[in-house]
Design a binder for this molecule. Sequence first.
Ligand code: MN
Length: 754
Amino acid sequence: MNAAFNSKSDDTPRTLSEPTLDERLEIAARVSAAHFEVMLDHIAYLPPEGQNLVHQAWQYADKAHTNQWRSSGDPYITHPIAVTTICAHWKLDASALMAALLHDAMEDCGITKQDLAAKFGPVVADLVDGLTKLDKLHFNTREENQAESFRKMLLAMAKDIRVILIKLADRTHNMRTMGDMPRSKWGRIASETLEIYAPIAHRLGLNQTYRELQDLSFRHLRPWRYETLQKALTKSRARRRDLVQRVQQDIDAEFDRLSMPIRIAGRENTLYSVYQKMLRHHLSFAQVTDIYGFRIIVPTTTDCYTTLGVLHQMYKPVPGKFKDHIAIAKSNGYQSLHTTLVGPSGVSIEFQIRTEAMHIVAEAGIAAHWLYKAQGGQDTLNTKWLQSLLDIQTETNDATEFWDNVKVDLFPDSIYVFTPKSKIMAMTRGATVIDFAYAIHSNVGHHAVSSFINGEPASLRTELKSGDVVQIVTDENANPNPVWLGFVKTGRARSKIRNYLKTAAHSESMVLGETLLTQALREEGIAAIPDNEEANQALWAEVLLKAKSKSREDLLTDIGMGHQAAGWVARHFMAQLVSQGQRPNAVLLSQERFSSAGKISQSTVVLDGSNNSSVRYAPCCRPVPGDPVMAYLGRGDGLQVHHAQCVNAKRLQATDSERLVPVEWAEDGNQKLYDSGVSVTIHNQKGVLARVATELSNANVDIRRLEMDDEAAMQTMELRFILSVHDQQHLEAALRALRRITTVVRANRILPTE
Ligand code: MN
């Protein structure tokens, strides 16, 4: 017996270095060859070239696992051979069998996917790679209600159904040999098998495997309970032997008389299902009656119903127990007629009636697809499910595509990813890191700056794949970027981002409006915006009515967005105050006049790069800190900042000076970055662009965008960059660096002047 498990902590083959190593290795080689020899009988269905490939894969795996051993002391290679034998029972193709032989080679023997691809081709390499990835997933049983998601994720992750089948074979063999493992490991592995792998086998219709995995799990989870039940079952089996034989003989005789060829076999429920029934219905073992039954296989679907009729004439049916799973197949393809009859001495016995094709699907489910192919695929199929599988198969002839088609029926369009704490999140296919961040919490989304996927740095727009472990890096000071709206996939993220931007733009505009109104009021001789105190309520009501604004906040926001002119509002305030008998402050007025001649007034808008949605830097001249600037309050789109020399700025100054707003750069050298346009003319030589990029990088300047003329034949060409710089000095340094390159003819800032 050999045993090991596929979780990395306990599955890693042990290396024994005892003095008798040479002898041990020699014995191992003979054991390996003997096991492979036995397996050869099971792969006789493959064409000779397929058998030959499997042989090569065995030699390769044998060498890779040299001096690795199972817990039982057997050479490690006996495990892959056993897994391959299980796959051979499903009649899987040569590629799948090769992958089964190699399934632990990548993880444990330092062999890469490239090695496998070079030796056995991309299909086998992909299968082994897929298996290795599944191996890395561990189900955390402490997380409640996650089993279903975990199962779906496993299935969704596998690009090829063969990966799942090999994985189930692997798990089956490990469960069969669990006895060799330390008892302390039984619980975790058995419950993972029970919660994850057995249901997957069931979902795919692999009922035989499903029952075996359940029973083996039960046996190792509750060893004592299992043993007790097993003893009880053995006793009861002996008691029922006569009855079972009598029924079988009677049925055989009756169908012989009718000249109907049938195959009848006794069947017994698994201990696990008996145990479940006892738990569910609070029964003792003796009270569970339907442990034994019969399965009857007949040639055609019509024969199924005829057989049912014959049985109902022989024995009395138990009312309410008849089920027609032929007319309405189960979702995993299972078809049969079920009926329970009252047999001799009043014992009720369940019968399952089905055709050969239905039987293969009932036992092997999706693997029936290969089983049928191996049998030569006659067209006597009368199960719709299998037929539809075969239709897909003849249309595609490609296991990957086949699985994709099956998957469409099995799952909605979802992927499953993990948080760093192993919580599983279901996401829409195509979801990005940002979608994931918002799925966790809006605050995580709002402050996300970068991420790690499976420990590797990844951008926020990276599309997620099933099985990814995603960690979001947040920064309290970071805010949602409008660019995100261009790539998010989920409605939740989209609406959260939109909402945030709307609110942010609103509050920024309000702050700007406050500055602008203060400034305009001062020019009228009013020191500040009148407050909301009771004394000013009539004043505000009058102004709001004139401005058609609902509230003080609305009015300020409107001013900030350019919907309402600050000067106009200020003049209304003035008019109201005058009508109330107040005089403008003469001192303030003279101060204002003085300050506008030179000094910057208190109400100037300060550009510090943070107020990004109400302040825009004009794309024509792209001003940076240090540049002389002017700002224009557009109608409805906030403040636009131009370089003072920009031709557009000058035109606005001439035509629309009413809407100009004084601005200044923040004094402290903030670390924000600004876009600036640069034009570089180069001699068209090989490698010159790389040189330019290197120089810019040396000057610590990022390239945000590059445009160039598509005229490769020209002697010189113009490159237009948008560079990311801190200020004018930074930009000048970059230009100097560019000019030093010999192939650069000139490098200038893009600034439209007259
Ligand atoms: Mn394995």
